[in-house]
Design a protein around this ligand. Structure first.
Ligand code: NDP
Length: 244
């Protein structure tokens, strides 16, 4: 029977590319994000092309109540989940700490940290019940090396790594795996979101560096997910070649 991968934030960038990479590998997909119309376009594209089943639903991962009520129903409807990719995340309004908007800071914490823990806390019991599963979390090199004007974003990604390690230790007696994927600079709409849609500032992020592509990260996520049962990759850091 085909395995099912649940991907948050599958409408764009790394999430979308990861959905396509798992689809190519024959996995069924359970996809969520806030933009259901975009997910439904992916379903229409992937189901005939890859001969897999794609289930989509709208979800804001920051909505604790919605996560705890909608996600279990979706998982039950598809007969369980084998892999969770906690990809939904954003940088927003990055600026010096003293001038950054506290609303932007809270949005990053709510999405990157609290959203990830709501989803993980909801999905984990389904994995524990079967004594198998794999949680793959999108951290970042930003969680390893803090950079100017990114204090809160970097802190959220450091938190992702620590949460992953904590979940791995707390499930050590099970066959569940937990992996953190830590990409460097990846060319996706992320950069525009980061500067509230300012395309010039977004483009400047890639100056002097050939950025990673979302597909590069997707292939590495599938690699981490397809190792033998005895192999658990705790983390992978992927830098762009010219990234300092
Ligand atoms: P994109 O902006 O291209 O995609 C972000 C995705 O997250 C979208 O699908 C968006 O969907 C979803 N999302 C955002 N907020 C929410 C929410 N509240 N609820 C549900 N879904 C949400 O960014 P990337 O693909 O680049 O980023 C994906 C992940 O990779 C993030 O966690 C990011 O921090 C991380 N990362 C990115 C790097 C980069 O350079 N691009 C580098 C290192 C890590 P929708 O708007 O439809 O809800």
């Amino acid at each position: 029977m085909s395995k099912t991968v649940f991907i948050t934030g599958a409408t764009s960038g790394i999430g979308r590319a990861t959905a396509e990479a798992f689809a190519k590998a024959g996995y069924n997909l359970l996809l969520c994000a806030r933009r259901l119309d975009v997910l439904d376009n992916l379903k229409a594209e992937f189901e005939p092309e890859f001969k897999i089943k794609v289930t989509t639903f709208a979800l804001d991962v920051t909505d604790r109540q919605a996560v705890s009520t909608i996600v279990p129903k979706q998982i039950e409807a598809v007969g369980g989940v084998d892999i969770l990719v906690n990809n939904a995340g954003l940088a927003q309004g990055l600026d010096s700490f003293e001038t950054s908007s506290i609303d932007d800071m809270e949005t990053m914490i709510d999405t990157n940290v609290k959203g990830l823990l709501y989803v993980s806390r909801t999905v984990l019991p389904f994995m524990i019940e079967k004594n198998q599963g794999h949680i793959i979390n999108l951290g970042s090199t930003a969680g390893i090396y803090a950079y100017a004007k990114g204090a809160v974003y970097c802190a959220t990604k450091a938190a992702v790594k620590t949460l992953s390690d904590g979940i791995r230790i707390d499930t050590i007696e099970t066959d569940i795996k937990v992996t953190t994927i830590q990409p460097g600079i990846v060319e996706t709409p992320f950069s525009e979101v980061r500067f509230h849609g300012d395309k010039d500032k977004a483009a400047a992020v890639y100056a002097g560096v050939e950025a990673l592509q979302a597909e590069d990260i997707a292939e590495i996520i599938v690699f981490a997910a397809t190792q033998p049962k005895r192999v658990q990759i705790s983390d992978i850091t992927i830098m762009a070649n010219q990234q300092a």
